[in-house]
Design a binder for this molecule. Structure first.
Ligand code: CTP
Ligand code: CA
Length: 225
């Protein structure tokens, strides 16, 4: 059957996928987060598993569920936890697809008790998180495939190419926000894939499962080249 043939595409390859947002704690009841649903990462994990890969899905807080076997899920909350989980799983992986919306900043101090309101405003001091993808790009061997995402509002392609190169990626998936049906919380996405040879493929607006298939076929092509 075609499902059986598909299962051979990535058979026996360990692949790490990250998904969802991260939550950076401010105090026991509050956090800094973002609107990522995890839909794109979960769809990629399902598609890779359908292609026969042993998938490790490292997910921030998300309501999504997986629809395939061969997916080991690791739940994390913060960017620091996601970093540790990626670090622990990347070495033995053939590929890593970093689709999580990782926080760029996290509070310097996490209050032990709920912060009480006082007169005047409130300043929360933030520090930069580790760029997980950039760190993996520095570790990666030539046999490993590393894929990142880019969300841009201006100079889209130029910014995506600079991320691709700075983070040592095999390709980057650029999310086009300039389309009403694309982005956070939506079921559809419009993407452009740019690879390390700067070969650019512009895809139509489609549902996230179909976008996941395009991305996973590109991964299978690179792994089986
Ligand atoms: N990323 C990461 N670790 C971070 C921040 C981002 O691994 N601390 C990854 C994302 O998962 C994504 C890629 O880096 O695959 C690009 O994320 P994006 O937010 O578009 O770019 P940044 O490098 O964070 O730059 P900026 O937000 O300033 O555009
Ligand atoms: Ca960012």
């Amino acid at each position: 059957s075609s499902a059986f043939k598909k299962k051979l595409l990535l058979a026996n390859h360990n692949i790490v996928v990250t998904a969802g947002p991260t939550y950076e704690a401010i105090d026991p009841v509050r956090f800094i987060g973002n609107h990522s649903s995890g839909k794109m990462g979960f769809a990629i994990a399902d598609e890779l598993a359908a292609m026969g890969a042993n998938v490790t899905l490292i997910s921030g807080p998300s309501a999504e569920v997986s629809h395939q076997q061969n997916i080991k899920r690791i739940n994390v909350t913060s960017a620091a936890e996601m970093f540790t989980a990626c670090e622990n799983n990347f070495k033995t992986a053939k590929a890593c697809i970093m689709s999580a919306a990782v926080a760029d900043y996290t509070p310097v101090h996490v209050a032990e008790q709920k912060i009480k309101k006082q007169d005047g405003g409130l300043n929360i001091e933030l520090k930069k998180t580790t760029d997980i993808l950039k760190h993996l790009g520095e570790q990666k061997t030539p046999e490993q495939i590393l894929v990142g995402f880019a969300l841009e509002t201006n100079d889209e392609e130029q910014n995506a190419i600079s991320k691709l190169q700075r983070k040592n990626l095999d390709f980057i998936v650029l999310n086009s926000l300039n389309d009403a049906g694309a982005g956070f919380k939506k079921d559809t996405n419009k993407v452009t894939i740019i690879d390390r040879d700067l070969q650019k493929t512009v895809f139509e607006l489609k549902n996230k499962e179909a976008v996941a298939l395009d991305i996973c076929l590109k991964i299978a092509q690179l792994i089986n080249r």
